[in-house]
Ligand binder design. Structure first.
Ligand code: ZN
Length: 322
């Protein structure tokens, strides 16, 4: 009797355990298929990242170049190029950058601003920069390249004085090219991989924008206005966020957008969509730090009319100051 109770106990436990550990059985995938999928996903991620980086570089370059005179002493020299090299990318993605865009260890031009200093001097996308003045890039390893670009190449360009670049073209031919840097606002832009929709300036020094914001924006004109607004905060040295500083940054930001050759009217659609997504921001009282979107839109429209009028009168696009 005792033994049968014990056996029953075992049987119940076993049943219980079996039902407990029974799990769905997803299909087994051969490693080859899994790694092919992984490669495709990495390629797609790199394509998206690359496209976003180029879009940001282009718009930020145009803004900081066209509005350099509003950045006071905070300007640096620029050749109107964006450089790519493998040390800039996380290890798993370097292969994708290499086979999709031909970006390897050496610093090469992946963005060339149309009619910028480097373009005018005849440099081409894909050209590698392996020397500046007397400083040559030797020992081309990821670590050396990164160190040379940051300690020699960029600081020399930033000085705004004429430079002689040693350039290796895609056929491997070396040449020396003289380029005159042009002034741009010194403040860097960075892209944060975050879903929230946001852009801001930090400590009057730099600007960031999130991937969430990039997805919410519909075109380069809207991106230019958002970044122009942040650049305006820096240029106006706004301290903290309040309604007045937001309206001022909207006002000056519309001018910055127009001066860079973008259409400031395109931002109205952005604010209308924003208001629909976040209804509490519509009302006149709105938030304490940010003005109501209804007021904002009205003021931006009026600013843009002022800009359009100056254009018609062939006046320089300079914001009115009190
Ligand atoms: Zn703001």
């Amino acid at each position: 009797m005792r033994q049968s109770i014990f056996l029953n106990f075992i049987a119940i436990c076993t049943l219980f355990l079996v039902s407990c550990v029974s799990r769905p059985q997803p299909p087994e995938i051969p490693i080859v298929i899994a790694s092919a999928t992984l490669n495709k996903l990495q390629d797609r991620a790199v394509e998206l990242q690359h496209q976003r980086q180029l879009q940001l570089t282009e718009v930020w370059h145009r803004l900081t170049q066209a509005n350099a005179s509003f950045c006071g002493g905070s300007v640096k020299g620029s050749l109107g190029i964006g450089l790519g090299y493998s040390a800039l990318y996380a290890k798993p993605f370097q292969k994708s950058y290499q086979h999709l865009f031909g970006v390897g260890v050496e610093p090469q031009i992946i963005y060339l601003h149309p009619n910028g200093p480097a373009d005018r001097a005849g440099l081409k996308k894909g050209d590698q920069i392996v020397g500046i003045n007397t400083s040559k890039l030797t020992m081309q390893t990821d670590k050396n390249v990164d160190a040379w670009v940051k300690s020699e190449l960029l600081p020399t360009i930033n000085k705004k004085k004429q430079v002689t670049l040693t350039v290796k073209n895609q056929r491997g031919e070396l040449s020396n090219v003289v380029v005159n840097p042009e002034p741009i606002c010194r403040h860097p832009i960075s892209l944060y991989t975050v879903n929230s929709i946001s852009a801001a300036e930090v400590d009057n020094l730099r600007v960031y924008i999130t991937t969430g914001m990039l997805r919410f924006l519909k075109n380069d004109d809207q991106l230019a206005w958002i970044l122009g607004h942040e650049l305006a905060h820096i240029s106006l040295r706004s301290k903290g966020s309040n309604k007045e500083s937001e309206h001022s940054a909207d006002y000056v930001g519309s001018y910055f957008t127009a001066r860079a050759g973008y259409d400031p009217d395109k931002i109205i659609d952005f604010w209308q969509r924003w208001a629909a997504e976040d209804p509490p921001t519509i009302a006149l009282e709105g938030y304490k730090t940010h003005p109501s979107i209804a007021v904002r839109i009205a003021k931006i429209k009026s600013t843009n009319q002022e800009i359009a009028k100056k254009r018609l009168q062939n006046k320089e696009l300079i914001p009115n100051l009190k």
